[in-house]
Design a protein around this ligand. Structure first.
Ligand SMILES: Nc1ncnc2c1ncn2[C@@H]1O[C@H](COP(=O)(O)OP(=O)(O)OP(=O)(O)O)[C@@H](O)[C@H]1O
Length: 555
């Protein structure tokens, strides 16, 4: 019972208060039943009792208040709990290294934050209502026992049999439901191909037909599986309904045979039994909601544990490496100085191999120096290892051996976040954020000047902390990404094939005006590029082949 353990472990949620409020709401509802029974007796004697009417009003008011209060307590606590889970998952994703998400599965993080949390949020109020109905069933049960102990025992036995059979069968329905959900998840996966690959699908009739046929097949499987589970669910509700009619029949046909003074209370017992139908049905139907919430919570907890496991292993590795390099850590410089001025970054005999790579691609030993106020161009063929070297240089990947030095100080693993903060990047798989996050004191004039310099001021303006639009061409979107990188005002700028999408005119502006101006401002500039026409503006040109970097020209 993960859910119960979790709710109980939360200090802010006073379970006793919730139980007290639920009991109060159930007792108030039972009082309504008692009042109805007493009042209907009086109606038979042609009397209207205003005391009973007052009791009814008080009971209804008590029910409303207690119900509202307990709903509010639990739902706000559940939403807070989900919020905390979300924040913890965001934080774990933030801490994760580049391969962690691939290992754990980006899809499962997405599903945990969307579908699973939605399921918990929807199911828990149903579960809470079920708990209240349990208390109500107990209270009305006492009332029934007080009216006729035989009727009570009879009803209890019938409810126990019906509940046992129903819960046993519902597990089978749940298993079928889960299979239909898996079919649906596969259908959504295929749908992604259709939506994301819309243009490719449009351009190729055979591909389109094959994909649509595949989707239709999955859709058919999903609809068949869903139809089966829906039929099972409706059979279950019908059988519950039938069980209730059997109970009613038992009250009026069987109980009178075994009890002598039953006719005095027959109407009250029948009313009480009818009153119980709704709550018992709700309790039984709560079981699948509880199971769903439990399964979703289990998946979230498992994901969190997986992420923690991988991240802890990563951090232990970092700590081990840090203690190995404790000598290197004995340095005079201050980390925060790096953000003020970087004179030189050097890769020294850096080696790295992809652990998951099928072809075992590795880079190194890489030796390279990148200096303040200098432009370095890095060229090389496809798959030569340029982006991998950039990932090592920017600290996105940890080196296997060798070292990175900054202003002649060797980095230790615990420096890496501070080191990464020195870089502004537009990488080949860059993401254009919806807002200019993390840029303090955004200067509107500066942004407007950059929009003008990057020749997008006729399309885009600054709108609060965001660009007014990102619905632009690829080249224009990349210009916005470069504006965002320049606004970060970091000492190092790394661009991976930035100019590839630019027109000849703006390529010239970029190489002959923008890069030299940034170099003159004392930035370390590193560009992966194939534009050999402008290699002359670089202070250093490096070539990468099979994971090895060679300086081919140094000024
Ligand atoms: N995440 C990864 N896991 C395993 N191997 C990878 C991964 N990324 C890249 N590789 C391997 O590393 C090699 C070099 O890739 P890299 O992206 O560094 O090349 P590149 O020089 O930037 O190529 P391009 O010019 O095509 O972008 C690839 O051939 C591939 O085999």
């Amino acid at each position: 019972m993960l859910l119960l353990r979790l709710l109980r472990s939360r200090g802010d949620l006073n379970i006793r208060t919730v139980i007290a409020l639920s009991s109060m709401s159930a007792i108030a509802t039972t009082l309504v039943l008692v009042v109805v029974n007493l009042a209907s007796d009086q109606v038979q004697e042609h009397k209207v009792n205003f005391q009973l009417l007052l009791m009814m009003v008080v009971s209804l008011a008590g029910y409303m208040w207690a119900q509202h209060k307990s709903d509010l307590m639990v739902s706000s606590e559940v939403e807070t709990m989900l919020h905390e889970y979300r924040v913890r998952l965001f934080d774990q994703v933030r801490k994760a290294g580049p391969d962690v998400l691939a290992k754990v599965g980006q899809g499962s993080v997405h599903a945990a934050i969307t579908t699973e949390m939605q399921t918990i949020s929807n199911s828990l109020p149903i579960v809470l209502n079920g708990v209240q109905q349990v208390v109500l069933v107990v209270c009305v049960g006492f009332y029934l026992a007080w009216l006729s102990i035989f009727a009570f025992v009879m009803l209890a036995i019938l409810v126990a049999i019906a509940g046992f059979i129903h819960i046993h069968r519902i597990n089978r329905v749940n298993a079928a439901t889960r299979i239909s959900e898996d079919d649906e998840a596969q259908l959504f996966g295929g749908l992604n191909d259709l939506l994301s690959g819309f243009k490719e699908v449009k351009m190729n009739t055979r591909r389109r037909d094959a994909l649509v046929a595949n989707l239709s097949e999955r859709s058919k499987r999903t609809s068949e599986a869903k139809a089966v589970t829906k039929a099972q669910w409706s059979r279950e509700s019908a059988s519950i309904q039938l069980a209730f009619y059997v109970m009613m029949a038992a009250m009026v046909f069987i109980v009178p045979i075994f009890t002598s003074d039953y006719h005095d209370v027959a109407v009250q017992v029948t009313t009480a039994t009818m009153f119980l139908i709704g709550p018992i049905g709700t309790v039984i139907m709560t079981v699948p909601s509880f199971n769903q919430a439990e399964t979703s919570l289990g998946r979230i907890v498992e994901l969190e544990a997986n992420l923690s496991g991988v991240i802890d292993a990563q951090q232990t590795e970092i700590r081990d490496k840090s203690s190995d390099k404790s000598d290197a850590d004995a340095r005079a410089g201050n980390l925060s100085d790096w953000h003020q001025q970087i004179d030189e970054i050097a890769l020294n005999d850096v080696c790295f191999a992809y652990r998951s790579s099928t072809n075992g691609f590795s880079v190194g030993p890489v030796n390279a120096r990148f200096k303040r106020g200098e432009i370095t161009f890095i060229s090389g063929g496809n798959g030569a290892g340029k982006s991998t070297i950039i990932a090592l240089l920017t600290g996105l990947r940890d080196v296997d051996s060798g070292s990175i030095t900054i202003n002649a100080q060797t980095l230790v693993p615990t420096d890496m976040q501070s080191y990464r903060d020195c870089f502004a990047t537009v990488l080949s798989d860059y993401h254009l954020f919806s807002e200019l996050y993390g840029i303090d004191d955004l200067d509107e004039d500066k942004v407007n000047a950059l929009l003008h310099e990057m020749e997008v001021d006729d399309k885009v303006t600054l709108d609060g902390l965001a660009f007014s639009t990102t619905l632009l061409s690829q080249g224009q979107r990349k210009r916005l990404a470069l504006i965002a990188a320049r606004l970060e005002n970091k000492p190092v700028l790394v661009l991976d094939e930035w100019a590839a999408d630019q027109d000849p005119h703006f390529r010239k502006v970029f190489y002959e005006e923008i890069l030299p101006a940034m170099r003159d401002r004392g930035k370390v500039i590193i560009c992966v590029t194939h534009d050999d026409r402008w290699f002359h503006i670089a202070n250093q040109v490096c070539h990468v082949r099979d994971g090895i970097i060679d300086v081919v020209r140094d000024q």
